[in-house]
Design a protein around this ligand. Structure first.
Ligand SMILES: Nc1ncnc2c1ncn2[C@@H]1O[C@H](COP(=O)(O)OP(=O)(O)OP(=O)(O)O)[C@@H](O)[C@H]1O
Length: 907
């Protein structure tokens, strides 16, 4: 095996003008809850403002706000593509150009470091995009597998094509785990991966390329190889991974000794390798991040490149012409996802997590210290020792900080206000890092081997044309190496004698030889010219074809690029819209929740008020019932008392009347009316209405109720006498000795009231007048009280009143001469017929000079229409039995007293 070694270029001392600062970018992740207050606000493209929470405001109420400048600030809406294009794409360009690069994400736990570095299959982060772009760019210029071989000491060997082929066959027969087999390396099934289509143009077409990846983690300050194949034992399972040590190679570069480097031929293979390692990475659930990285992870992409030989077919193999570093160039891009700094009081970690956090914070502190010392050395010119060795992390990247490539840092920030205290430290560190100067890398992929450029292309063309004309593959052999001299050296030209023919012959022979050679050379030149011309023409033609194809491809490419840009901007717009809509949705959901809570609250209130109201109602009803019962009891008691009092008064009055009657009446008077007490005890006949019909069709009906309503039993006897006097009028009057208890008493007391007497005084009746009027019927003077609105009945039956005085409005003086009183009262019965009632009584003068009427008779005259359907008179008032008595009583009171009294008083 013929092998050559390649290594990363040794660091070269550079002047300050050849150095550049560490480029620091800031990415602000979106907040999970839009309602959260934020402490970081981007101002423009490169400035962020840190807003402290209210409690940390100064005493005078002025809030101290800090501003930090970065190379570029990516706000919450920044896409993964935009972040990659700005931060990592230039590093991929450098990688292809043979320069090293280091990119690391730094920030508090949960700030989006892993998201920025890895992303998701549909929206990839920096790492997969780097691989996509790299393979897009070197795709056609890759060396065959195993031509380059890592020696596990940070260097590479070049094998001959034959050796490489042998190794390929060996590995295919006995598949080794150095190469990822697609079956064993499965990436997470979270959707189809969307590749980044970008290409870089720093590729040298006359070089052959090979990509190697390695993946390590630094956990608790120990280095582990995440791609190492662990021996498997069926009883004990996989053997735990061994820690790796850091070593320095022959070029003073730090590397992980005995670390697995996998050669990959396409980006998907590399990503599969990455996910294989990722599965082994120490990730744990913490209070601040569901999948928190507990270690610093380093994914190395090493690009090995070497020039093609003069035929443009294979990597150069000639030891005489090339020496190590001139022949093989190895560049490296290290992508580092640092574990997040965290405070144990916030993460609430304990046990292993707490120890991990301690180690994470320790290594990050060493990183800060190293950068601080570097900056101080650069500023003051001091040569203080940088404590790289204090942590494996800084030790491993020592070369980068000492000027072995570009260093870029992405500071990830979670803008939540609760992160303020830690974010301010991150910002300060970022600010300090930007002041550290890194020497510009001098390495390049340009190999100066004196070989003609375009070798690969020519070889490809030859291969293409070989299909058409096979002799091109085997061109006619060029004439053997020509001797470009005209011949052998001239013989001795000095003529010794004129006959020296030998000299002359020698000269002629030499000249002839020269002429022949010249002719030969001319011929060869002619032939070469013709061959060259034909080659040139061919080349020209090829060139033309290639040019036109190139133009075509460029056109297509620019069209696709335009389309892509358009799609990208459209995509961005849609993404923004989706973001807005999801924000709105979240807002509305929150509002909805609030409204729901309010409605629930109100419903509860309404329910409580209803319950209260029901309780009050029940309470009120109970009280009302109790009050009613109390009132009923009281009323019953009062009623009983009043009844008792009234009975006593009546008894007293009856007694007095009897006494008066005894004094005033003569012996011929009919026996006195039985006393009330007796009347009350007398048996009562069942009252029944009676109806009589006369020939004229006039129906007269007197009910017991009518009579009882009208007067007392004393007067009833007089009424019977009056009925007898009615003669031919078929009027039946009926009286009963039943006295209504409550209603008749006030009427009687009313009868005796004189205009001047007090209400409480008992009425005094003069029975003499009464007697006289009865004995001498001709002396009867009727006082007919006919209200003005009476309807004329025109009946032939008329009450017999020889001497009468008709009045429509009653006056007290009219009663002076009258002995009899008749009140005409009209009403409608239930069948709308007119009923005329003549309510009769005796006028009895009272002691006070007034008069009282004792009713004793009611004559009823009823008119019935012969037709089946009775017509209602529009003028006559409607019959209302309820009002019947009340109306009559009203009129009577008017008739007696000559003035209207309120119903309550009359009753
Ligand atoms: N720019 C972003 N856009 C959308 N989601 C994000 C963004 N940055 C972070 N996230 C989400 O935030 C969560 C935490 O992010 P991530 O795991 O990357 O944090 P981290 O800084 O790596 O944390 P740790 O240091 O604990 O590993 C993840 O669910 C991730 O999807």
């Amino acid at each position: 095996m013929k092998s050559q070694r390649g290594k990363s270029q040794r660091k070269q001392a550079a002047s300050p003008s050849q150095s550049e600062p560490v480029e620091v970018y800031c990415r602000i992740r979106p907040i999970d809850d839009p309602g959260d207050t934020v402490c970081v606000k981007p101002i423009g493209d490169s400035l962020v403002q840190l807003i402290p929470p209210e409690i940390s405001s100064l005493r005078n109420g002025v809030t101290k706000e800090y501003q930090y400048t970065f190379r570029q600030v990516f706000d919450e809406t920044a896409s993964q593509k935009a972040v990659f294009d700005q931060t990592a794409l230039p590093l991929v360009e450098d990688l292809v150009a043979g320069k090293n690069g280091l990119l690391f994400t730094y920030g508090v736990t949960g700030s989006g470091k892993t998201y920025t570095m890895t992303g998701e299959p549909q929206d990839q982060g920096i790492l997969p995009r780097c691989l996509d772009v790299l393979f897009n760019s070197i795709d056609n210029y890759q060396a065959k597998k195993y031509v380059f071989r890592p020696d596990r000491m940070n260097r590479f060997e070049v094998q001959t094509e034959a050796d490489a082929m042998m190794e390929r066959q060996r590995r295919e027969i006995m598949p080794n785990l150095t190469t990822p087999s697609k079956a064993s390396l499965k990436r997470p099934e979270s959707g189809e991966r969307i590749c980044d289509p970008t290409k870089v143009d720093t590729v040298e077409e006359d070089n052959n390329y090979a990509v190697f990846v390695s993946y390590i983690e630094i956990y608790n300050n120990y280095v582990y190889d995440l791609l190492e194949e662990l021996p498997y034992n069926s009883i004990t399972g996989y053997k735990p991974p061994q820690t790796k040590i850091l070593r320095t190679d022959s070029g003073d570069n730090m590397y992980v000794h005995n670390c697995t480097e996998v050669e990959v031929k396409q980006s998907q293979d590399a990503i599969d390798v990455f996910y294989k390692g990722q599965r082994r990475r120490k990730v744990a659930h913490t209070a601040l991040n569901a999948e928190s990285s507990r270690s610093h992870s380093v994914f190395n992409i090493r690009l090995v490149q070497a020039p093609l030989d003069e035929r443009g077919e294979e990597v150069v193999q000639d030891d005489v012409m090339c020496y190590d570093s001139e022949k093989i160039c190895v560049s490296q891009l290290s992508l580092v996802d640092l574990a997040g700094s965290e405070r144990s009081n916030r993460t609430k970690n304990s046990g292993d997590r707490l120890k991990e956090a301690g180690n994470i914070n320790q290594s990050l502190m060493v990183l800060r210290n190293c950068l601080e010392v570097l900056r101080e050395n650069q500023k003051t010119g001091a040569s203080k020792m940088v404590p790289y060795r204090d942590s494996r992390l800084t030790h491993l990247f020592k070369n980068f900080f000492d000027g072995d490539g570009k260093v870029r840092m992405i500071v990830c920030v979670n803008p939540k206000m609760t992160e303020y205290d830690e974010t301010i430290h991150v910002m300060k560190f970022a600010e300090m890092t930007q002041e550290v100067l890194i020497t510009k890398s001098q390495q390049s992929n340009k190999f100066d081997l004196g070989l003609t450029p375009g070798r690969r292309h020519l070889h490809e063309l030859q291969l293409e044309n070989a299909v058409a004309s096979p002799e091109i593959l085997n061109p006619p052999p060029l004439p053997s190496m020509l001797d470009f001299t005209f011949g052998p050296p001239f013989p001795l030209l000095e003529m010794v004698s004129p006959t020296d023919d030998v000299t002359t012959r020698n000269i002629i022979q030499c000249l002839n030889e020269r002429i022949r050679r010249r002719q030969e050379m001319s011929l060869d030149f002619e032939r070469s010219c013709t061959f060259f011309r034909s080659q040139l023409v061919e080349f020209e033609q090829d060139h033309k074809v290639t040019k036109s194809r190139l133009i075509e491809i460029e056109d297509k490419y620019s069209q696709k690029e335009k389309l892509f840009t358009k799609m990208e901007s459209k995509n961005k717009k849609l993404e923004r819209k989706v973001d807005e809509l999801s924000k709105q949705l979240k807002d509305m959901e929150r509002e909805n929740q609030l409204l729901g809570l309010q409605v629930q609250d109100k419903n509860w209130k309404i329910q409580a008020e209803k319950n209260n109201f029901d309780k009050l109602k029940a309470d009120f009803r109970n009280r009302l019932q109790m009050n009613n019962m109390a009132w009923e009891k009281n009323l019953e008691k009062a009623r009983r008392q009043l009844e008792k009092e009234a009975e006593n008064q009546l008894d007293e009055r009856d007694r007095k009347l009897e006494m008066l009657r005894d004094i005033v009446n003569e012996n011929d008077l009919p026996p006195a009316t039985p006393s009330r007490a007796r009347m009350r005890t007398a048996p009562q006949p069942t009252p029944k209405p009676r109806t009589y019909t006369n020939s004229a069709g006039i129906q007269t009906a007197i009910s017991e109720t009518d009579i009882t309503s009208v007067g007392s039993s004393t007067i009833a006897s007089s009424a019977r006498a009056a009925a007898g006097r009615a003669g031919n009028t078929r009027v039946t009057s009926r009286s009963t000795n039943r006295i209504p208890a409550a209603k008749s008493i006030p009427n009687l007391s009313q009868v005796g009231v004189t205009p001047s007497s007090s209400k409480s005084r008992q009425p005094v009746v003069n029975p003499r007048y009464h007697r006289r009027s009865k004995s001498s019927g001709s002396a009867e003077q009727w006082l007919e009280h006919k209200p003005a609105d009476i309807v004329e009945t025109n009946t032939i039956f008329q009450p017999q009143m020889t001497k009468k005085k008709s009045v429509t409005k009653l006056d007290v003086k009219d009663t002076k001469t009258a002995t009899k009183y008749v009140l005409t009262h009209q009403e409608q019965d239930s069948s709308d017929e007119l009923v005329t009632k003549l309510i009769k009584g005796d006028v009895i003068p009272t002691l006070g000079g007034g008069a009282a009427v004792v009713f004793h008779d009611v004559e009823t005259l009823k008119q019935v229409s012969p037709g089946s359907r009775k017509r209602r008179s529009p003028t006559t008032p409607r019959y209302d039995p309820a009002l019947q008595w009340t109306d009559t009583e009203e009129r009577c009171s008017v008739a007696l007293e000559g003035h209207k009294r309120s119903r309550t008083t009359n009753l």
